[in-house]
Design a protein around this ligand. Structure first.
Ligand code: FCB
Length: 449
């Protein structure tokens, strides 16, 4: 049988995000973000962990770029910390912040690694939250202004732009469920936040296109859509799985692709206030993106629930689970990729901008190895599912593994390890896990699928 291989120009990468890896929280003029505040709220983050130091990539980016070179990846997906670049979220910019990202990009480029920068991976400047945060329309305008400055300053350094990472998390986890910064619990506020996040994305896109010459690099957005499967083929379960897609998938996917918001979702909560969508907003949001980024971790399973306003509940799943308690569902990745390709009629190139898993990793007694066979299996099965989709014609251009290195996993602090490099948080030593060597073989095409 012929060996199955990824296309020769397939882009392999690893991903991380500013607040999760940089540390240096008070250096070189960085302002405060909502995560600095939230992580100090008693009980908000497990063990009171914060991103103050993390794996100190702000000082150790050269070492990390060297590890990426050894891994053989073509790209590093990182995020720009808005409060480093514009400490109060409006007004003056901080050149020392831009210098840091220029140094980071240079050190990647020297090693033949491209720079994929996310403009917003959840670290909103605190003063903007004090003024109302994402539920406040002005935040979208502030974001566009910040994005424009990034395009101008870093246009010659960044090779691929991502406006937002997972706006669902910013809106719903941050403003409705209250488990992420800023920790509010108000569904109407989350809806308003969703709309303003998307508006900010659209305005940033406009600013990018208007720049002309400097905007030749691809620009897109990263979503964590859910494409759940029904618990059974009973029509009520099938409908439940479909309705479960409104809040997490259609609220983002549909407006981005010119289909407006899923009215059915708003109608299910008559006591709440719909987001204020002004004339022209939806056109701005539906501006053409060059690609869609997908962060995929698992496929949930949904069943009918007559007591839920939208008629669904998460049903039991039989798959093994990761350290996050998330089921391992590689076929779900195949189903999601083919769903997106169908919905976009194959017209939108795709990247997997995050995929990976947290496992119970530990160092060997001599401290030199970290054996993580379950992560290798997880990655192999997901790579294989992605390859199935590519072979069926899905326009998947690249794959970023989450994460380069263990890091601050938001409300779970440092208790969950997603890295393919083990971080020793005591002495900042980095130890490539076995999955690092596995990925290296995949990238160099010496692995079979
Ligand atoms: C995603 C986030 C990323 C990381 C992974 C595990 O939702 O984008 O920062 O925390 O989950």
């Amino acid at each position: 049988m012929a060996r199955r291989q990824f296309p020769a120009d397939f882009l392999w990468g690893v991903a991380a995000a500013s607040y999760q890896v940089e540390g240096a929280a008070r250096e070189d003029g960085r302002g405060e973000s909502i995560w600095d505040t939230f992580s100090r709220k008693p009980g908000a983050v497990l063990h009171g962990h914060t991103g103050d130091v993390s794996v100190d990539q702000y000082h150790r980016y050269e070492e990390d770029a060297g590890l990426m070179k050894d891994l053989g990846v073509g790209s590093y997906r990182f995020s720009l910390a808005w409060p480093r670049l514009q400490p109060t979220g409006s007004g003056s910019f901080n050149s020392r912040g831009f210098d840091y990202y220029k140094r980071l990009c240079d050190s990647l480029h020297q090693r033949g690694i491209s720079a994929a920068a996310t403009l917003y991976h959840w670290d909103l400047p605190q003063p903007l939250e004090d003024a109302g945060g994402w539920p406040h329309r002005d935040t979208a305008c502030r974001f566009a202004e910040y994005a424009e400055a990034c395009f101008t300053e870093l246009g010659n350094h960044v090779d691929l732009w991502i406006t937002l990472n997972e706006p669902w998390c910013s809106a719903v986890l941050g403003y409705h469920e209250g488990v992420h910064a800023p920790g509010r619990r108000d569904l109407s506020a989350a809806w308003a936040a969703s709309h303003h996040l998307l508006l900010g994305h659209g305005l940033a896109l406009q600013a990018y296109r208007e720049q002309g010459g400097r905007s030749e690099q691809p620009i897109g957005i990263t979503l964590n859509i859910d494409t759940p499967r029904p618990a059974t083929q009973d029509s009520r379960d099938v409908l439940a799985a479909d309705r479960a897609m409104d809040l997490r998938t259609r609220m983002y996917f549909d407006p981005l692709f010119g289909k407006g918001y899923p009215e059915r979702h708003f109608e299910a909560y008559p006591g709440e206030t719909r987001p204020e969508v002004r004339a022209g907003d939806l056109e701005i949001i539906a501006g053409k993106i060059d690609f869609l980024g997908l962060n995929y971790y698992f496929e949930p399973v949904m069943a009918f629930d007559p007591d839920h306003p939208e008629g669904f509940r998460v049903a039991p799943d039989y798959h093994e689970t990761t350290a996050m308690g998330w089921p391992v569902t590689p076929r779900g990745l195949y189903r999601q990729l083919t769903w997106v390709a169908r919905e976009t009629r194959g017209q939108c190139p795709l990247y997997i901008t995050e995929n990976g898993c947290a496992m119970e990793d530990s160092l060997s007694d001599d401290g030199l190895r970290c054996r993580d066979p379950r992560r290798i299996q997880y990655l192999r099965d997901h790579f294989s599912a992605a390859l199935d989709a590519i072979e069926e014609g899905v326009d998947l251009r690249g794959y970023f593994v989450w994460s380069l290195i263990d890091n601050f996993e938001w409300a779970l602090g440092y208790t969950k390890r997603f890295g393919i490099i083990y971080a020793d948080y005591i002495n900042q030593r980095r130890v490539p896990k076995d999955s690092f060597y596995y990925l290296r073989e995949v990238i160099s095409q010496s692995e079979d699928f």
